[in-house]
Design a protein around this ligand. Sequence first.
Ligand SMILES: [Zn+2]
Length: 205
Amino acid sequence: THAFTRGRATPPREPLERPYLQQQYVSQRITHTDVTPLAALPPGVDRAEWLASNTVAFFKNINLFFSALSEFCTPSTCPTACGPGNTVYFWTDDHGRKLKCSAPLYFDYAMSYVQDLLTDEDVFPTKAGSVFPTGFIFLVQKVFLLFFRTLAHIYWSHYKEMLVLGLHPHLNTLFTHLTLFCRQHALLELEDTEPLQDLITALGQ
Ligand SMILES: [Zn+2]
């Protein structure tokens, strides 16, 4: 069973209601350097180590974005955890129960889940020469799906706040880096990225 299932709710909004696709915003990044080389495995580096260190770095950045939004993403503004096209994300608890929960609760669960993995020495060993567990890639894929959904929710539900806070160039840069990294290391399925494929294309990937 898939831990993070999704379903459709209310009818999708019109494309015009996707301000993140507007050219004046799409063109804004904090750097115009090609970030593709940042995603590739550097020569001589162990692939698991590279995935682990990048997972930690993305986690810190995504957490910062989500904290910046904490006063705007509440159970009343976001009663469901949704992404583009009003895709609804369900959380599956430890007992396999599917929970439809508010966005802040869903992303709290998500961030705690990732935090627990990152601090588990058996999953993300930090000591030099440690062996990564079997199934490590599978866990990394789950983590990046949660990262992707967090950014998808921000683009879909909180883009106006991003503009007000002036964080949209950072968001575009982080999203570009994340999607390139996932493609480079085959971390996400096409069906996972599909809800933001229009943005991925607009950002020039
Ligand atoms: Zn929200």
